[in-house]
Design a binder for this molecule. Structure first.
Ligand code: BDP
Length: 632
């Protein structure tokens, strides 16, 4: 498999990093903001708001970037707004970037939900469909046109979801005038999280020389003591010419080098990349320094973890050792910020993950910020990387236009995340209507495409369908199943969990003979609600649900169950509805990241699992230190 990697040519999307040849200027902070609340939701285009300063078109407010705009003000209409919102900011561009024609100046948006159009000084420079992946455009020639005018960046973002977007949605106009005023419409969504919108991740300008390292792809493996780094560098703006590639270890010592744009670097006495709790030194990263030697030199440094991933009919192997996923599903979600990128939140979440002994998470239900994956690389947290294919329920969302967009999104996702050692599997969808007849062609095409893009990682999607009716399961490498026994059906009947869960596993394994991850299970618990015997929504009920699942996992993990991911790491916001009390309360932490009782149950379990399944064994001192502190 490893030898047959097909290098598809896509323009690169390397994470912007500073280097001797590259500068980065963050544009985070306050932007001017205005929502287009005209009845036809189109006045901003009719009046060409991009042509002048936003403040000259009407009243603007301060809006932080990055952040969702929804929870920033006291205005319920803005919280629930559907349509175009406009962001604008004037940027002072360093004089040298303008005067030096040999400098490329790139504007990059980490993510904006959902559809974005970008203008610089009133000139449209790019547009992008999709709310969770970065996009960028070179703006050097534009800002050089008139170096005396400031650089005015205008970004219009529209959060409307339709049957062909990912995730899909539907807009319905309400015609009954006895109930709804003229123009009243509803955005229907088929997923269970608030459709937060705005500029969610950092916006920045960065430079490269005219001839620059556009993309790097690495695929790693090892043979005995030697690490193997297969790589390919692509250069834009000049013929590739001579380049130099140097792989350095953590101490900055060169361990392998080459002057070819592609090849295999061999690392003697390799330090492999290991998951957290599987090794005393997890998340080991080398640095790959890539230099071009065309008149102006460029340099880019890529972190590289050397590891292998493989799947058998009963196991998930990392570096040829069985890996058991004991982890969580997350959301990018918090008070006030919504889905806005926030380092404090990210670092807190990693501290909580490590505290509870989680070795993995799934990026339910969309790609997370690249900075989060970088943290995973460094801390050895294993990732199932999910695309935004959530809520594909309407048969029309299985049509050609939807599929074409889904394939494009996978291109963008793999291009962005292919070099992260933490990413061990792609998830192409969550709970699609995989029993519908078109699902067979849809998933066969989608999964095959993903494997063509990246033959080195297994591919899955997350099912809640019945094993006998699921049309896509034959194409996945790992079966991922969500189930909510004693919750969404047989409510209150905790005693049924073992029987139903056991049958779930036996049926899926019996039919497909593929390893299984319990990719979601859980129950809502309103923190502070108690009842014994347990009733739904109390902390006790959540605990018993978890423990009942765990007893079955403990039998099946000896056979073919390769992981368990709790739904959810933390409480999160949803649309208002009868089954949600200020959001989804299935978190084992509150939205403010305080533990419910269930967090301690998972913590005890995960550390025990780490001791049993982290095959390399941790140094005894590590274990004892925890055993002393938490004597379970
Ligand atoms: C699952 C969905 C997840 C929901 C969860 C729930 O995958 O997005 O939040 O149910 O209902 O089916 O809590």
């Amino acid at each position: 498999l490893w030898c047959t990697v097909v290098w598809r040519h896509l323009v690169g999307m390397l994470f912007p990093r500073e280097s001797p040849s590259r500068e980065v200027k963050e544009l985070n902070g306050l932007w001017d903001f205005r929502a287009d609340d005209s009845t036809n939701r189109n006045q901003s285009f009719e009046r060409a708001w991009y042509k002048k300063r936003l403040a000259e078109t009407g009243p603007v407010i301060d809006m932080p970037v990055p952040a969702s705009y929804n929870d920033i003000t006291q205005d319920a209409a803005l919280r629930d707004f559907i349509g175009w919102v406009w962001y604008e900011r004037e940027v002072v561009v360093p004089a040298r970037w303008i005067s030096d024609e040999g400098t490329r100046v790139v504007l990059r948006v980490g993510s904006a939900h959902y559809f974005s159009i970008v203008w610089v000084n009133g000139v449209k420079v790019t547009q992008h469909a999709g709310g969770h992946l970065p996009f960028e455009v070179e703006i050097g020639s534009l800002i050089r046109k008139d170096p005396t005018t400031p650089c005015r960046i205008t970004i219009a973002v529209n959060n409307t979801l339709n049957l062909d977007t990912l995730p899909p949605g539907k807009i319905q106009y309400m015609e009954d005038r006895t109930k709804y005023p003229e123009g009243f419409f509803v955005q229907y969504i088929y997923f269970d999280f608030f459709n937060y919108a705005g500029i969610h991740r950092p916006v920045l300008l960065y430079t490269t020389p005219k001839a620059y390292v556009d993309d790097i792809t690495v695929v790693t493996d090892f043979l005995d003591n030697a690490g193997l780094v297969k790589y390919k560098v692509s250069v834009q703006g000049a013929a590739t010419g001579t380049i130099s590639v140097t792989l350095k270890d953590k101490d900055g010592r060169s361990v392998a080098s080459s002057s070819k744009p592609s090849g295999v670097l061999k690392v003697e006495d390799v330090n492999l990349w290991w998951p957290y709790l599987m090794h005393e030194n997890p998340g080991y990263l080398y640095s790959m320094e890539v230099r071009t030697h065309i008149h102006v030199k460029d340099m880019y440094t890529l972190p590289v973890g050397i590891r292998s991933v493989a799947v058998t009919s009963t196991q998930f192997l990392i570096n040829d050792k069985p890996f058991y996923f004991h982890g969580v599903n997350k959301h990018e979600d918090s008070d006030i910020r919504g889905k806005g990128f926030d380092w404090s939140l990210i670092v807190k979440d990693f501290n909580l993950l490590k505290w509870m002994g989680a070795n993995s998470f799934r990026t339910s239900h969309y790609p997370y910020a690249e900075e989060i994956l970088q943290m995973c690389d460094r801390h050895g947290i294993v990732v199932i990387d999910e695309c935004p294919g959530v809520g594909i329920k309407d048969i029309r969302s299985f049509g050609n236009a939807s599929l074409a967009h889904h394939l494009d999104v996978m291109d963008e996702l793999v291009r962005r995340d292919k070099n992260h050692p933490s990413v061990v599997m792609w998830s192409v969808a969550n709970e699609p209507a995989s029993e519908m007849p078109p699902a067979e062609f849809y998933f066969e095409t989608l999964i095959k495409h993903t494997k063509d893009l990246d033959p080195t990682r297994p591919v899955t999607y997350i099912t809640d369908s019945n094993y006998a009716r699921d049309k896509g399961a034959p194409f996945v490498d790992v079966i991922c199943v969500n189930s909510y026994f004693s919750w969404y059906h047989d409510s209150g009947h905790l005693e049924l969990i073992p029987l139903q869960l056991n049958n779930q596993f036996e049926n899926w394994y019996g039919k497909y003979k593929k390893p299984i991850i319990q990719s979601e299970y859980g129950a809502d618990a309103v923190p502070g609600l108690h009842s014994d015997p347990p009733v739904m929504f109390t902390e006790e009920y959540q605990n018993i649900v978890l423990q009942s699942y765990h007893s079955v996992f403990d039998q099946k993990r000896k056979q073919y169950v390769i992981g368990e991911l709790i739904w959810n790491f933390a409480d999160f916001m949803t649309v208002q509805g009868l089954t949600r009390v200020v959001g989804n309360k299935k978190g084992v932490f509150t939205r403010q990241r305080q533990p419910k009782r269930a967090a301690f149950i998972l913590k005890e379990r995960y550390w025990r699992l780490a001791n049993e399944t982290g095959r390399l064994g941790l140094p005894p001192s590590n274990h004892q230190c925890h055993a002393v502190k938490y004597p379970w």
